[in-house]
Design a binder for this molecule. Structure first.
Ligand SMILES: Nc1ncnc2c1ncn2[C@@H]1O[C@H](COP(=O)(O)OP(=O)(O)O)[C@@H](O)[C@H]1O
Ligand SMILES: [Mg+2]
Length: 367
């Protein structure tokens, strides 16, 4: 009776809290299990955010929709067999996985695709930069770090964490000695990843708790620029007398020649090559994407009661300048920032209502 609550009540409260937790635990999981979007539905949703990359998005969306549909069906069966115990269902099911590799120049939407997909499916997303592994030369402890990141992204729900998406960024930086990265020995790092990508069981210790986490159901997406990979493919095509767009002829062999371990490449069977974004793509991002840099500036100014508007030729000018930066859609942020800097600095000034930016205005600001 220390805190004025009777033992009986305390026990009942504990039970209620446990029930509540269990309920929440299942609710979040249920959403993923019930995933039933078709690949084309998922792509249609993704088109609202990720502009261009039509062919690539088709492949990625098909792989992701199938992964979660397959997992959902398997878990439903597992739940029926385990009388509704999700922990048992997760441990006892195994589904074939088709991890994804996205190759393409910087700022073309590789990471953004993974991130957007995770939101659309309703799963947690973790972004891991592979450069940090290439620097130390091994994966080791990082496997459980990644699992902890997933757990955090899943709001502490281990079951949700185990169904998330892990995005390996700059995967090409762990290539063994190649044309592009001469001083890095990534073999150890690549071998270390195999286990995790296949599905390894781990127990992470958090305070007094020991939490079981497996990567068995985690979908891995790897992204990288793979600079000069086209040269490798084109050389092989010439040797074999093949003609056409190198992107369609990319094989595991080419990635192996680049410096990737065959075993690791084999675990990323779905491979797509994204294109460099064109000036028109960059313009479309500002016009159509529901989450663009321009929209962010618009919202910023909206908070000051200013309605920001760009004329069509101003958007073309911004897109052209951004294209020249050679950093893909990232160029939009820096160009827009330069265009709007003066206005943002002078806020609130004597602005009222509308701020219309036309081509002359853009040219003046950018010189
Ligand atoms: N195809 C695209 N459509 C819409 N926005 C994009 C696209 N590509 C990149 N972006 C924007 O640029 C940012 C950086 O892109 P990101 O996907 O991280 O590039 P990377 O291909 O280097 O991984 C994204 O957060 C997004 O805002
Ligand atoms: Mg990226």
């Amino acid at each position: 009776m220390e805190n004025g609550i009777s033992k009986h009540k305390e026990q009942r409260i504990e039970e209620k809290i446990a029930q509540f937790r269990e309920g929440q635990k299942m609710e979040a999981v249920q959403e993923i299990i019930e995933f039933d979007k078709t690949p084309s539905d998922l792509k249609a949703d993704m088109d609202r955010f990720v502009i261009g990359q039509d062919h690539g998005k088709k492949i990625v969306c098909t792989a992701i929709a199938f992964h979660y549909r397959r997992l959902g069906q398997a878990l439903k069966k597992g739940l029926a067999e385990s009388k509704g115990d999700i922990d048992i269902a997760l441990r006892s099911t195994r589904t074939p996985k088709a991890n994804i590799m996205i190759i393409g120049p910087t700022g073309c939407g590789k990471t953004y695709t993974g991130e957007t997909a995770s939101k659309l499916v309703g799963v947690s997303f973790v972004h891991e930069d592979m450069t940090k592994f290439s620097e130390v030369g091994y994966v080791g402890q990082n496997a459980s770090d990644i699992l902890v990141d997933l757990l955090l992204a899943a709001g502490g729900n281990p079951n949700v964490a185990q169904m998330g998406i892990v995005y390996f960024d700059e995967i090409d930086k762990i290539a063994t000695e190649t044309m592009a990265y001469k001083d890095v020995s990534g073999r150890g790092v690549q071998k270390g990843l195999l286990h995790m990508v296949d599905g390894s069981d781990n127990t992470v210790h958090i305070g007094k708790e020991r939490i079981f986490l497996s990567t068995k159901h985690v979908l891995f997406i790897a992204g990288g620029a793979f600079e000069n990979l086209d040269i490798i493919v084109k050389k092989r095509m010439a040797r074999q007398g093949l003609a056409g767009n190198w992107r369609q002829f990319l094989m595991a062999d080419d990635l192996v020649e680049f410096g990737m371990e065959r075993q690791l490449i084999g675990r990323f069977p779905v491979r797509v090559v994204y294109d460099q974004l064109t000036t028109q793509d960059l313009k479309n991002i500002m016009i159509k994407s529901e989450d663009s840099a321009l929209l962010a500036f618009r919202n910023d100014l909206d908070a000051w009661g200013i309605n920001l508007d760009f004329t069509d030729d101003a958007l073309s000018e911004v897109a052209r300048r951004a294209e020249q930066e050679g950093t893909g859609a990232r160029g939009l942020v820096s160009v827009l920032h330069r265009v709007l800097l003066e206005d943002m600095y002078c806020l609130p000034g004597n602005y009222t209502g509308k701020l219309v930016v036309d081509q002359t205005y853009v040219k003046e600001r950018l010189g």
